[in-house]
Design a protein around this ligand. Structure first.
Ligand code: CMP
Length: 249
């Protein structure tokens, strides 16, 4: 990240508070929380805190990779840009997710761009401290491998969707996924609190804004999704269409 604030050696009360927040973030992250406490302590002692503004490039494709990151606050998108100005969003990461591990492990350049969607804070673990940690706590490697497998699975699903599903199917799947990740339950369905822009949805499902706009409005007319202020309700009826083969009429 270009806006870096690292304060691991400072012993002021503020820094102590920051160390506690860092420890908390490592200990509650899905990837590290099942590690034994000494391994968590070790990771927390090796990271530095970095911050980025909303819209700022956190990592750029093709630059060398020297650290992996654990997102502590804010969301980032993993994105690739085409030569003609188009872009495809590969994933949106949330607090507790890691990124930057691919180039660290294979020694190649960063595989994609990472852009902050809002002010974001991440914990950076540089290559050498990571290697020292892995020597002392090899079980952490299984947690990282398991995360890589989960991402490969998701990438396989996306490839299959691109090949086998039409735009409406892909949009429905993505909206349901976003709603499940957001986790807000309503009697009538799940709520996406920050409704993504139609261009962002197009970038996520590999389509263009015009097609997404048309498809989105059809779903609204059928009552399958309900815009509500800045949020969007994904109805149970829509969610159930993914569980039964027949599409919503
Ligand atoms: P790295 O290649 O070092 O830098 C870009 C990062 O984006 C990459 O590591 C991964 O952490 C992340 N990334 C790349 N592709 C995906 C994907 N399909 N899903 C989630 N994260 C990804």
């Amino acid at each position: 990240m270009t806006l870096g604030v690292a304060s691991t050696n400072n012993v002021s009360p503020l820094a102590l508070d920051e160390r506690a927040r860092i420890h908390h973030a490592v200990a509650r992250s899905a990837i590290f929380r099942d590690l034994p406490p000494p391994a968590i302590d070790d990771i927390a002692s090796r990271v530095t805190m970095r911050r980025a503004l909303g819209g700022q490039a956190v990592l750029s494709q093709d630059e060398a990779g020297d650290a992996l990151y654990l997102l502590m606050a804010g969301r980032v998108k993993i994105v690739m840009f085409g030569d003609s100005g188009g872009e495809v969003t590969l994933a949106v990461l949330r607090p507790g997710d890691i990124f930057g591990e691919m180039s660290l492990f294979d020694g190649h350049a960063r595989s994609a761009n990472v852009v902050a969607l809002e002010p974001a804070t991440a914990l950076a673990l540089a290559r050498q401290p990571l290697l020292e940690h892995l020597r002392a706590y090899p079980q952490t490697a299984f947690h990282l491998l398991s995360e890589l497998s989960r991402r490969l699975r998701r990438a396989d699903e996306t490839i299959a969707e691109m090949a086998l599903c039409d735009v409406e199917d892909r949009l429905i799947r993505r909206l349901v996924q976003l709603a499940k990740e957001d986790g807000g339950e309503l009697p009538e369905g799940l709520i996406i609190r920050r409704r993504p822009k139609q261009q962002d949805l197009a970038n996520m499902v590999g389509s263009c804004r015009e097609t997404i706009s048309r498809t989105f409005n059809q779903l609204v007319r059928k009552g399958l999704i309900v815009p509500r202020g800045r949020s969007l309700v994904v109805t149970r009826r829509l969610i159930s269409t993914l569980e039964s083969p027949a599409k919503a009429a």
